[in-house]
Design a binder for this molecule. Sequence first.
Ligand code: ADP
Ligand code: MG
Length: 698
Amino acid sequence: ASRSAGRMVKETIRVYARVKPLGRRQQAGIYSVDNDEKSLSSLEIIMPHDLADGFVNNKRERYKFKFQKIFDQEAKQDVVFDSIAKPVAECVLAGYNGTIFAYGQTGSGKTFTITGGAERYSDRGIIPRTLSYIFDQLQKDSSKVYTTHVSYLEIYNECGYDLLDPRHEASRLEDLPKVAIMEDPDQNIHLKNLSLQQATNEEEALNLLFLGDTNRMIAETPMNQASTRSHCIFTIHLSSKEPGSATIRRSKLHLVDLAGSERVAKTGVGGHLLTEAKYINLSLHYLEQVIIALAEKNRSHIPYRNSMMTSVLRDSLGGNCMTTMIATLSIDKRNIDESISTCRFAQRVALIKNEAVLNEEIDPRLMIVQLKKEIQELKDELALVTGKQRTSELSQEELLQLDELIETFLEDNDPDSTLNVGADMRKIKYCFIHVKQLMNHSRISDKKLLSQHTSEEKDTNKEAGEEELKKLKELLQQRDNEINILVNMLKKEKKKAQDALFQLKAASAASAVLEQSLSINLEERQNPSSCFSLKEAKDFNSSVHRLPFLSRQTGGKMSLGCQEAFEVFKQDRADNITIENNKQLLKQRFTEAKCLGEKLNEVRNKINHLKGEITQRHIQRAALAVSCPSEEPNMLDPVEEKLRMQIEEEKKSYKTMFNRLKGLKVEIEHLQLLMEKVKMKLQKDFEVWWSEEVINLQ
Ligand code: ADP
Ligand code: MG
């Protein structure tokens, strides 16, 4: 397709910073934010003495970085969306490409910023808010026809996976469809196997986002740690066309959650964390190389091809795209050095200039219509020039002659033999059809032969019996395991009760040491993933292949024993509290929605009633005009005016309520999806725990 470079926007990548709120146990690092309304804002980080003192080298104490804007700990999601994502979404609506990527160490708030928190509706992040905004705008603009698709790609270890696989059965990342990179002769990147799912409204798009997040969560195992080691790219593909026009605008918005940027010190060097540290994630190292190359003035070669992620994001980095970066920072004392690294990276990114081009193409369908017309005109011209018109059909005799010619041609073993039927298009076409028929015929007879073979090989009666026996044995083993796990659980519950008593006694003794050890215990219990030692994790990982999903294995239903254990398991989980809280909230919202619906009905009835009164009024006035023709007939009726004003008022309140109801509906759907996700996670955690128990039994 031809691409006309309409308008072009040259702009450096916009770089923002967001500081995550401190955790309860975290000690604040020293930093200050100077948000200047007119120019760039600055962030100053001060290296604490106890960290800096250990180095003899000339380490600085104060570091100052410039950002477009800095969002400090208390910044809320809606503010972040308004200042960072909304301008990008507007560009995308206008036909430019856009990218927003979050960069920072694990735990600094990348996922929170890009996707959102898993508990509250108000915590939803840039992706759901952008979807909501875009669909709102599309609805308002009736001058164009829009189509929206989304895709969701995860890159882990240089492999791409399609997270929107509708089969929804992946229990391992490897089960998801693999996505490959293809480069066309014009050096454009295409992603083979990445599905583009159409979303016609906000709800459909949100469902796809949650499908992807769920697939991502299920496919993660303690070993692959996909959420910190992988990159996720959610893309909104937009195309728009004015009715009747031949030009289409296409644009893409990438919303990117990068892998954790944490580094490790090069072994043997020790200490020089800020200068010698290496990325844990190799592709982030390649990303940095691309950034460095782009920031240098006279570099002609940019090493995009070194990693899949830099290839996919090539246009976002130094290409046709409006790009924005969010540096996420965990600014507590222990993470000061990582925060400084993140800021340094951000300063380099801020030097890169992109050239965003309005993406307009000619509609190929219109082109085809035009070309067809041209062909017809040329044909007419040709007929005129040659004076012949070959529209009559071939005669029987001519057909027989052709059949003979084809037969001799096919039987001739000479590789140089040719089939010559002259310059008659009708004859040439006939030959092709004939050959096609012959080919199809021979293929069908091949297939028949093949299917005969396979039916002969089938003798499965005996095998089926053995299979059945094996299944029963497995089931028996499964039941044994269940019983043992339940017994263990029972013992533990008993022990817990004893422990509680013991702790109570210990607390009264108020020993500081004991308190400390207890709090460590508690922390471990709150964070189930840290319970895996490396070896256990490995063992578990290999067992995952055999025990993918307990509930699925038994045809979508858990066995009774398993269910029982799940109930106990659930009880002291924080996730379960989230579910219960959200259930309450959902109930409230439902009642609110119902109430609003009823009120809406009332208002509608009121409006209808008022309208009826106006009609009554008209009838009365008409009757009056007949009986007293002297009265001025066109005089304004004050009563009717008042009624009309009342109707307007009611309509206004109808509209406000309707919008509120619409908002409630989106919130309810979102809450339902959040709960679904937490439930899934709970089940997955349980399954991990369960298979671990089974292994311990063996
Ligand atoms: P990352 O994706 O960078 O590893 P997360 O987004 O998962 O980090 O954040 C780690 C934890 O901190 C999560 O529990 C998240 O909910 C919480 N968190 C992150 N940023 C914020 C914020 N701005 N406000 C409240 N909680 C946050
Ligand atoms: Mg994350």
